[in-house]
Design a protein around this ligand. Sequence first.
Ligand code: ADP
Ligand code: TRP
Length: 334
Amino acid sequence: MKKISLTGIKPTGTPHLGNYLGAIRPALALSETYETVYFIADYHALTTVHNGLEMHDNIHKVAATWLALGLDPEKGLFYKQSDIPEIFELSWALSCFTPKGFMNRAHAYKDKVAKSLATGEDADSNVNMGLFCYPCLMDADILMFNADIVPVGKDQKQHVEFARDVALRFNKQFGKAIFTVPEAIIQENTDVIPGLDGRKMSKSYDNYIDIFLDSKSLKKKIGKIVTNSQEMDEPKDPEICNVFKLYKLFASQEQSDALAARYRAGGMGWGHAKAELQSVLEEHLGVARDRYFDLIAHPEKIDSILRAGAEKARPIARENMDRIREVLGVGKSY
Ligand code: ADP
Ligand code: TRP
């Protein structure tokens, strides 16, 4: 039997190249060798997205992105988290096995507290309970479907470690292997994709490049990548250049070597390097972009795929939840 690879993406905005390289592409590559469970973590997004129309829109964007990039909904599972209520039931059960001290140490929570304290606010003034309990919901996402591996970006490693911990704790408490103990899979060369300003590409820094943009908008975005003030004829170091860092993640080895040589030789301006990046992005993502815009223009297609996905995933979740309820002593649901 194939092992299970599971990952989720929050619908908090337009998916960007960091999400693609750090999460979506590695996850899709695993579909050859693993049974896949990929989903839209909309109730995780609810910790920050409090506008219904925006949430609805973001869900469609994330679903269309997965599908356009090659996720085959016939293979494995593909659903929206909120369509599987058993996940929330499990989240509660797991929270009762999670030491509060762990949640105090969760990076996202700690960062918020540190920011509030730095601006003289109360430590918890910007923290809702959803954010505080976020890791427990993620534990439930992962453990419900018995994931063996969880492909994620580096920033999510701690969350997967929490899931491992609670799985072990639970299994020990009840003396049997109820949950599979998951492992995070982090690709080394794409662990932190740089954004326009060289910091980690992120919606929170507003330094991202959307995965799918028409050529004109893409050119405008690429134009904003921060470079140094070296003149055209000066030799340049590709390894410290934000344009090149992105380029080599998409280009072949030969293409990268060729562009690096042009950097080092001098005589190449930033405009040329940016045009090369645009060309490699168009080459890599052009076909998927057409599929994406077609899906976005037909949201009913997306909805029907998600509905079918929920119908396939829910009986599995229900059966697992029944097993867990039995162990907890609350009995099967009716
Ligand atoms: P954002 O920082 O834009 O809010 P998310 O937190 O929604 O992005 O990330 C979704 C997934 O994409 C996660 O698995 C995360 O690790 C990955 N990811 C996001 N940004 C990057 C990046 N710059 N480099 C590598 N992976 C990333
Ligand atoms: N927390 C993840 C993120 O910020 C999204 C996510 C939710 C997830 N549930 C998950 C990722 C389960 C992997 C497995 O990107």
